[in-house]
Ligand binder design. Sequence first.
Ligand code: CMP
Length: 133
Amino acid sequence: MTEKTLFIVKPDAVARNLVGKIISRFERKGFKILKLKMFTFTQEQAEKFYDVHKDKPFFGELTSFITSGPVVATIIEGNNAIATTRIMIGATKSFEAEPGSIRGDFGLGLSDNIIHASDSQESFDHESRVAFE
Ligand code: CMP
């Protein structure tokens, strides 16, 4: 089923010049890029984007990291986009992510875990609205 999803190349990956390498994996997989935007999250936008985590102990660390530098937000389209993208990015803790996944291949961090991707249709609707507002 053709679906859309959103992923964000996080500040650590942008700073390490990994944008092209990461986006090319999605192109190679067969996804079509519909939207692409480089910007820096404001604090307000970050709090809205990660609203679902607002009661978590790491919320402050999370918003402080995501606002720390430019990100690249992308909306892609293709078969089973939401679940397939989550498989491609790998486990949240980069140091535990499978080699072959994006986090598994490029990082070791947790806040600085290279990439974010929507985990459901609802989060895609919310996150794409905030990132492309
Ligand atoms: P992401 O996919 O962007 O979704 C929420 C983010 O919170 C997650 O990636 C991590 O970067 C971050 N995160 C999750 N758990 C923790 C934690 N225990 N400490 C710090 N950051 C966390």
